[in-house]
Write a protein that binds this ligand. Sequence first.
Ligand SMILES: [Zn+2]
Length: 243
Amino acid sequence: MTEQLEPMPTDWRRALAVVAHPDDLEYGCAAAIAGWTDEGREVAYLLATRGEAGIDALEPEKCAPLREREQRASAAVVGVSGVEFLDHRDGVIEYGLPLRRDIAGAIRKYRPELVVTLNHRDTWGGVAWNTPDHRAVGRATLDAAADAGNRWIFPELAESGLLPWNGVRWVAVAGSNAPTHAVDATAGLERSVKSLLAHRTYIEALTDEDPEAYCRTFLTDHARAEGERFGGRPAVTFELFTR
Ligand SMILES: [Zn+2]
């Protein structure tokens, strides 16, 4: 029998999800977020870019506001109203102090116990090369969870009113090659389809399939495959780093 994943911790109130692009959370993670907001937990999103380099036929300055709107609509479907965008450039996000500082500032602002991010490793499952944006944001988020708690790292944040927050207990990495924990996706699965579908302009540029059928098939198959290690229930999996 395949080794089973642990259920995610439930003793927390606030989460902040930090990713590079609009749609990063919707490709697999949003069903978990819908379940969390159903339970009365607060979840906010922080996006490093507006995904302005994501649609070949659309120039970045036209693409950015459109994808921002689609991301806000997508978040609302799963009960998330707080959506913030940093001004890093899509496709060329650099891992470094400015990115760590921006994420640490958001962690101080939202004071989450749980931080969620996306696969920070070189590959997806050892078979597909990951993008530099995902690697940079994932790694900077794991680092910023600690930065946020140290008043001597980025002291300019405290000077602008963002006081240290050392309350992050876990960073959960979605899309990891080495998941340790999972959330039952059953209750949130249908809303996760609607949430991904809210990125309609992006999806329509990506595939000739019917957008809704594409979203439903992708997310349902994904949740079912992930669930093989979670008692056979459809699941969203995470690699959990405890602090
Ligand atoms: Zn992405």
